[in-house]
Design a protein around this ligand. Structure first.
Ligand SMILES: Nc1nc2c(ncn2[C@@H]2O[C@H](COP(=O)(O)OP(=O)(O)OP(=O)(O)O)[C@@H](O)[C@H]2O)c(=O)[nH]1
Ligand SMILES: [Mg+2]
Length: 276
């Protein structure tokens, strides 16, 4: 299996720090992306299983199909694992807060850490739980660089940097790039990653959502490269001399997909995941 080279020092250090802290925590909240809750699982949460209870928070519920989030909640429940689905842009965390409050001893706040791969919403969740904007949030992976404590509203929360699995294969890393969790330029480039996404969306009958928003059809006889060129034309990504800038178009396409601009989509369903 191919190895990715993107495993910067802050990820290795964050992983060590979290392992040291785990024994002092009441729970670890592992944030995943509700659009693909298996492929976005965290290697560090898997490592810490048994050291401390782990609950799964599926963030970006607003970007996932309703039936997808519901079926994942049932799937986690059937395995006896605590899970919640949340939209952190409009957080309604009553159920999560209630469950957390039941965990810690009455005399002190609940101690928890928020872990997960890059850009899934860890810092947004922390801010929503703490009740104020404390941790930096951003649309690109790698915003949080260290492990820090935050206190508020009955909780003591540790934020941590997004940690990717350096052993994840190329296909997994590409899927993570579509979701904004990995950087396309370190796994073959934006055009390769976009062509892959075009192919998967067509195979799964999901191209209609792109066509509806961006008016670019993808008839069965058209090659992926032709569809990418049509996207570049549509987006006005042109180069001097009359050609199209497919790299720029690929980047815009992936950004639009990862931030949910085409509408709700679920890439993995229980029992139906191409990556696991
Ligand atoms: N639509 C939507 N966007 C979200 C949600 N949660 C987080 N985001 C967006 O996802 C991006 C990443 O959020 P962060 O909280 O910075 O993610 P993180 O996991 O802390 O990222 P790193 O620290 O870089 O690993 C931001 O642009 C958020 O606005 C959600 O529930 N719905
Ligand atoms: Mg963060």
């Amino acid at each position: 299996m191919a190895r990715t080279v993107w495993y910067p020092g802050h990820m290795a250090k964050g992983k060590r720090k979290l392992a040291e802290l785990a024994g002092k925590l009441d729970i670890i909240l592992e944030v995943r992306d509700a659009r693909a809750p298996l492929v976005t699982s965290s290697p560090i949460a898997a490592d810490l299983e048994g050291v401390c209870p782990i609950g799964v928070v599926m963030a970006k519920e607003d970007l996932a199909e309703k039936k997808g989030a519901a079926s994942w909640l049932s799937w986690f429940a059937s395995r006896g694992q605590k899970a919640w689905a949340v939209n952190l842009l409009k957080p309604r965390l009553e159920a999560l807060r209630r469950d957390l409050a039941a965990l810690g001893p009455a005399h002190r706040e609940v101690r928890l850490a928020v872990v997960g791969i890059p850009n899934v919403g860890k810092s947004m969740l922390l801010n929503a739980l703490v009740g104020k904007s404390s941790a930096p949030v951003g649309g690109i992976p790698g915003i949080t660089r260290g492990v820090s404590w935050y206190k508020g509203r009955g909780v003591l929360v540790v934020d941590s940097p997004g940690i990717l699995d350096p052993r994840g294969g190329e296909e997994i890393q590409r899927c993570l790039a579509w979701l904004g969790c990995s950087k396309a330029d370190i796994i073959g480039g934006y055009d390769v990653v976009a062509l892959d996404l075009i192919s998967v969306l067509r195979q799964r009958g999901l191209w209609a959502m792109i066509e509806e928003k961006w008016k670019v059809p993808a008839p069965p006889e058209a090659a992926g490269e032709e569809v990418l060129e049509a996207l570049a034309q549509r987006l006005g990504c042109l180069v001097q001399g009359g050609g199209v800038d497919t790299l720029l178009a690929a980047r815009r396409f992936i950004e639009a997909f990862s931030t949910g601009r085409f509408g709700p989509v679920t890439l993995e369903f229980p029992g139906d995941s191409p990556w696991t």
